[in-house]
Design a protein around this ligand. Structure first.
Ligand code: NAD
Length: 444
């Protein structure tokens, strides 16, 4: 099948590449000329495990092209996927301006009828409005469908190739058949192809993200109380998660959720519900808990080193909003960095993939280390904000010797508090019970 994908970000690039991988001819179109030129030279705008190799291979085999010329791309296509950003506006509602500008371009440049599929996360009712806007001249040329994307950054290629489910919102059997034919190669493992109305499909995406965000805020709030009452969230998770009605997934305490989806999708749903006269109490609390949680790492640093951090140096490991991505949008680490700098600290950072993106925001306000161990030298604290695999088993002895004060704030509970205390670290995780030092807390 010939396909156009509009918007070549995380979702568009992964979608286009994976659809090419299954034998389709795909043209990925973006308004960002620089992005398209770099992609033509094989330079990807994002880091995703496995993606670069697939882009190069499908490009070399002639199934994947990059262009800024929408009209030419549409000429040969029977289906178009829209994957442009739908960021949060000032009011918290979704900003659909990119989507509407794409709608105008399709209407102006398509020479024949098309199935237009919205992959971007959009408020309920957007598909219907898009269909109205596309067919405004009275002739019904364009049908729309919803196909929300559930990929996880850092795991995006794998999620697209082997999805838990595919959700489509369609109004005609033809649209359903076309989308089923496209997705069948990815559903050979028996996972479901779920067909529903566009409204239900749009809603499904928000509800899934709101549920995941709710789990995170729930466990974070419980973790904070564990610290106050002498319980340990790791033990509590075990006791709770073995209940098969509850389980363990997405119930890890941390420094709050970030990224380009959960924060804006929760707020968009709050805005949609408010507009419909069904204001949400629960989701407002989820959002509020998350905002507070982003301050937890700084509070722990201050508890140990004092409110004024002038003259103190702090190392931060992990800046991306989660491991295996270079995405720093709404990352809890950014809140921590701003807080540390405002309190007067010198901050040295390390992240395996997100350094360039952080440098764009903070410039020379930070020091950038070349490796995790080299970030530690002479620092009064190490704060871990993202659980990259390489942080899981460091050389603790070298870590202790490198730090001026062996103080570790672990925002992802990577280490065992008792072992850390035995090795001479003052160690503070999230929701873990305090273990007194069993050897002097001094750097050697
Ligand atoms: P992104 O910001 O990485 O990419 C968006 C791309 O769209 C950019 O390359 C931009 O230049 C391009 N664009 C903007 N206006 C355009 C126009 N008029 N014509 C052509 N291209 C245009 O966004 P993303 O993270 O891929 O997210 C896209 C959508 O998918 C959003 O609605 C998001 O909520 C949703 N989503 C994202 C993820 C994720 O993990 N990132 C997961 C599921 C769903």
């Amino acid at each position: 099948m010939r396909i156009t994908v509009i918007g070549v970000g995380y979702v568009g690039l992964v979608t286009g590449t994976c659809l090419a991988e299954s034998g389709n001819e795909v043209t990925c179109v973006d308004i960002d000329q620089n992005r398209i030129e770099r992609l033509r030279r094989g330079v990807l705008p994002i880091y995703e495990p496995g993606l670069e190799e697939m882009v190069h291979r499908n490009g070399a085999e002639g199934r994947l092209r990059f262009s800024t010329d929408l009209g030419a791309a549409l000429e040969n296509s029977s289906v178009v996927f829209i994957a442009v950003g739908t960021p949060q506006s000032e009011t918290g509602a979704s900003d659909l301006s990119a989507l509407w500008s794409v709608a105008k371009a399709i209407r102006g440049q398509a020479a024949h009828g098309l199935l237009v599929v919205i992959k971007s996360t959009v408020p309920v009712g957007t598909n219907r409005e898009l269909e109205e806007r596309l067919n405004r001249n009275g002739q019904f040329l364009f049908e729309t469908a919803s196909n929300p994307e559930f990929l996880k950054e850092g795991h995006a290629v794998e999620d697209f190739l082997r999805p838990d489910r595919v959700v489509v919102g369609t109004r005609t059997p033809e649209a359903t058949r076309l989308l089923h034919a496209l997705y069948a190669p990815f559903l050979r493992n028996g996972k479901p192809f779920l067909v529903m109305s566009p409204e239900s499909a749009e809603m499904t995406k928000y509800v899934a993200n709101a549920m995941l965000a709710t789990k995170i805020s729930f466990i974070n709030e419980m973790a904070n109380f564990c610290e106050k009452c002498g319980a340990d969230i790791n033990d509590v998770r075990q006791g709770m998660g073995h209940d098969s009605r509850i389980g363990f997934q997405f119930l890890f305490p941390g420094a709050g959720y970030g990224g380009s989806c959960f924060p804006k999708d929760v707020r968009s749903l709050i805005a949609q519900m408010g507009k419909a006269g069904e204001p949400s109490t629960l989701l407002r609390a989820v959002d509020e808990v998350n905002e507070q949680q982003k301050g937890v790492l700084l509070a722990k640093v201050r508890e140990q080193l004092g409110d004024n951090l002038a003259g103190k140096s702090v190392a931060v490991w992990g800046l991306a909003f989660k491991p295996n991505t270079d995405d720093i949008r709404e990352a809890p680490a950014l809140v921590l960095l701003r807080g540390l700098l405002a309190a007067g600290a010198k901050v040295r950072v390390y992240d395996p993939k997100a350094m360039d993106n952080v440098r764009e925001v903070f410039g020379d306000e930070l020091e950038y280390a070349l490796s995790a161990p080299s970030a530690l030298k002479g620092c009064d604290a190490l704060v871990i904000a993202t659980e990259w695999p390489e942080f899981r088993n460091p050389d603790f002895e070298t870590m202790r010797r490198s730090l001026r004060q062996p103080f570790v704030v672990d925002g992802r509970n990577l280490y065992d508090p008792e072992q850390m205390a035995r090795m001479g670290f003052v160690y503070s995780g999230i929701g873990q019970r305090k273990v007194p030092l069993s050897r002097p807390a001094q750097a050697a």
